[in-house]
Design a protein around this ligand. Structure first.
Ligand code: NAP
Ligand code: 3JM
Length: 347
């Protein structure tokens, strides 16, 4: 139980993730004394509801963090780079959803079920991993602890909401235009800042975030680097292919894991079913498996299609599904805040 209530700021309050943060702070009864909703100048003066009251959105400036205990950032990397140190300087603990600080050695990268023990090492900023990494490590951690992991080959099936509220609007517009036989004019995807656009309606786009010199996208390299950091093991091999699909909410992943030792499939199923934050839905003969549509708006990670690789004694295939805006972003961030309070790291 918290000994007091906290001043909490949400930066990017008008965005897809910020909206879920506000709702989830209310639903989980986080001990909020004052909620400060921050966004760009464009939104300043508008209001959003919280616990039955309308809160006026303020422009995110360094001064807006005076008196803030916990600052949840979800306004993109450049806003985090500019303002997270300002918030920390004023005494706030920052939980940052962007990729700006994730690989910084002074910044813990945390999924509470997996590596809560690193939270006390923070120096003012804590990073929330990428959505695709979070759900994968929730499923990998119990396997890593029991058998060790040699390598992981992952392909993702990612929802459009991962690219923000405007990308979702664009998916609806494209879909409507396509069905009416009108010209489809993609505006955002694959990457907002790149000039060339690709239709997402009725399509699959094998690019999430910018391309790299090594042929991978930044999203794919986030999965590689963040997984090693969270498992605290540079020897775990990870290779990823990240694909955007015309799904609104919920990322899915086909995860192939080569364990470091032989395993018993029933033991694996029991291990996963007993793990915090994981729900096993796995019975192919009765058509039981998680889908993003059916698990959206729930905070857990789901695993199904648990089966042996018939060509390798230590190979295991999994299908992992979670809501990218919840466990992939807002829920994980607020679970970090809850752990900070529970463990009296923020007092
Ligand atoms: P979004 O729907 O596009 O929302 C962006 C938010 O940022 C809006 O509230 C916007 O406010 C605000 N913003 C933009 N420029 C700003 C500025 N200069 N100062 C202050 N606020 C500003 O995006 P989203 O999907 O919610 O994602 C937001 C960020 O969260 C992403 O860019 C990413 O870094 C991170 N994210 C992380 C994960 C994860 O896996 N952990 C998942 C998704 C997103 P206005 O409405 O005023 O423009
Ligand atoms: C998810 O800096 C930006 O414009 C945000 C890009 C972005 C990120 C990121 O790199 O922070 C969009 C969506 C993420 C993420 O979680 O890595």
């Amino acid at each position: 139980m918290a000994k007091r209530d906290f001043v909490v700021a949400v930066v990017g309050a008008t965005g897809a993730v910020g909206e879920k943060m506000r709702k989830y702070l209310e639903e989980r009864s986080f001990p909020v004394k004052e909620l400060r909703l921050l966004a760009s100048k464009r939104s300043a003066g508008q209001t959003l509801p919280f616990r039955g009251e309308e809160i006026v959105i303020q422009e995110a400036t360094p001064e807006a963090f005076e008196g803030v205990d916990i600052a949840l950032f979800s306004a993109g990397g450049s806003v985090s780079k500019q303002l997270a140190p300002e918030a920390a300087k004023r005494g706030a603990v920052v939980i940052d959803n962007s990729s700006a600080f994730r690989m910084d050695e002074n910044v813990p990268l945390v999924v509470p079920e997996v590596n809560r023990h690193v939270l006390p090492t923070h120096k003012g900023i804590i990073a929330n991993p990428n959505c695709s990494t979070i759900q994968m490590v929730v499923a990998l951690k119990p396997l890593y602890d029991r058998y060790g992991i040699e390598r992981v080959i992952v392909s993702t099936y990612q929802a459009v909401s991962g690219a923000g509220a405007k990308a979702v609007e664009d998916l609806y517009q494209q879909t409507e235009a396509f069905i009416k036989g009108e010209k489809v004019e993609p505006k955002i995807l694959p990457v907002g800042i790149l000039p060339k656009k690709t239709q997402i309606a009725f399509n699959a786009i094998p690019q999430i975030d910018v391309g790299q010199e090594n042929g991978y996208t930044f999203e794919e390299m986030k999965m590689v680097m963040e997984t090693k950091k969270i498992l605290e093991d540079e020897q775990v091999g990870v290779t990823a292919t990240c694909v955007r699909l015309p799904i609104v909410q919920g990322h899915s992943e086909s995860v192939y894991v080569e364990l470091a030792s032989e395993y018993n499939l029933e033991e694996v199923r029991a291990l996963l079913a007993d793990s915090p934050g994981l729900i096993v839905q796995d019975d192919i003969t009765n058509q039981v498996y998680p889908t993003p549509l059916e698990t959206a708006n729930t905070p857990d990670t789901y695993v199904g299609r648990i089966r042996r690789d018939l060509t390798h004694p230590n190979g295991l295939n999994l299908w992992v599904v979670s809501d990218n805006l919840l466990k992939g972003a807002a829920t994980n961030a607020i679970q970090i805040a809850e752990a900070l309070v529970e463990d009296e790291i923020v007092k």
